[in-house]
Design a protein around this ligand. Structure first.
Ligand SMILES: Nc1ncnc2c1ncn2[C@@H]1O[C@H](COP(=O)(O)OP(=O)(O)OP(=O)(O)O)[C@@H](O)[C@H]1O
Length: 329
């Protein structure tokens, strides 16, 4: 049985209860066509981001995420549509809008000649922080991300992951109304990635609207309040993780790993089929039967490993953008 189609979901980041009436970022009908390209990189995107909330933007390679970010910060001029940041028309007045935005770009800013601590303090001072406060905030961030061992190491000797975390600290060392993070977890090890997700939540708790661009659907599920799923430049779905997965309630997902996978039980069909992996939606009432079937297949050596779990955001995402997504692999 294949999962039922996703319901019509409300448009991105709309305040769930009217509690967030003043969006920090509001995008309406955004279109960007690169010269010489027939397909729009952003095709009628609308979304809002609110203070105190994390808005995740999910989408696989080429979905149009970075194009959207570059327009918000004035690096690219939209073909049409509007972008309002803190009440300022960000297309007409990009410099004014940028004053209240902090961005961690996909590529790290080079900090050659500095240490992580010096780089973070320097940005804090450049952005108008008082020296003592910047020092304290830098210490706090370095500790929160367990960067102590590298804090005073020359940039030339730090790893990609430490450089990525340093770039995050540089972005949030001074408060900003809108914080944009473009793939902040790239290259970061699993233990520090958890710390980083906590730090991202703390950034929103501190009052910022956080726009988080990520491929990491599994981890984003625990961090974001609202989500926008982009595909081929368009908003495919938007809402909270609970809204996006609601139609899959009562559905379980069987994941099978092995090089000689057997035929599935009658009536079941894989939604993801890779050479040594299947992901199979299973109605909850067939759970016990399917576990017995999978255990028998393990006994015969046809399945190396299996799991049966409730639907996750990743399952909903795969259903939306298609199983071939690199993002979800
Ligand atoms: N400067 C450019 N000129 C022409 N086409 C571009 C340019 N930058 C991006 N594109 C195209 O626009 C589309 C969206 O790209 P974009 O980089 O915004 O996607 P993305 O979701 O950020 O992808 P990724 O996750 O790989 O960074 C792609 O088809 C890409 O090839």
């Amino acid at each position: 049985m294949s999962p039922s189609p996703p319901p019509q979901l409300e448009l991105a980041g709309r305040a769930p209860s009217g509690a967030h009436r003043n969006p920090v970022l509001s995008i309406e009908g955004l279109v960007k066509r690169y010269r010489g390209k027939s397909v729009a990189a952003n095709d009628d995107i609308s979304l809002t981001a609110h203070a105190g909330r994390v808005l995740g933007v999910l989408g696989h390679n080429g979905a149009g995420k970075t194009t959207m970010v570059n327009q918000i910060v004035g690096l690219l001029k939209p073909t049409s549509g509007s972008i309002t940041v803190g009440g300022v028309d960000a297309i007409a007045h990009p410099a004014r809008a940028r004053e209240i935005v902090a961005v961690q770009a996909q590529a790290n800013v080079p900090i050659t000649g500095l240490t992580p601590r010096k780089a973070v303090e320097l940005v804090g001072r450049i952005r108008g922080g008082e020296p003592g406060a910047v020092r304290r905030r830098t210490d706090e961030l370095l500790e929160a991300l367990d960067l102590g061992p590298w804090a005073d190491t020359p940039a030339e000797k730090i790893s990609g992951g430490v450089a990525r975390l340093t770039a995050f600290c540089m972005t949030v060392v001074q408060p900003a109304a809108l914080v944009i993070l473009d793939e902040p977890t790239n290259d970061v090890d699993p233990a520090r990635r958890r710390l980083l997700w906590d730090a991202i939540r703390d950034t929103a708790s501190g009052g910022a609207a956080v726009l988080l661009v990520t491929h990491n659907v599994r981890e984003a599920e625990r961090t974001v309040d609202d989500l926008v799923v982009l595909d081929s430049g368009r908003v495919l779905a938007a809402g909270s993780p609970a809204q996006l997965t609601a139609h899959l309630r009562g559905e379980l997902f069987l994941e099978l790993d092995g090089v000689n996978l057997p035929e599935l039980p009658t009536g079941l069909r894989a939604s993801v089929s890779r050479p040594a992996q299947r992901i199979v939606p299973v109605p909850a009432e067939r759970g016990a039967e399917v576990v017995a079937w999978a255990q028998a297949a393990v006994g015969r050596g046809q399945v190396e490993r299996f799991s049966l779990t409730p639907a996750s955001l990743e399952d909903a995402y795969l259903e939306l953008v298609g199983a071939g997504s690199e993002a979800a692999a």
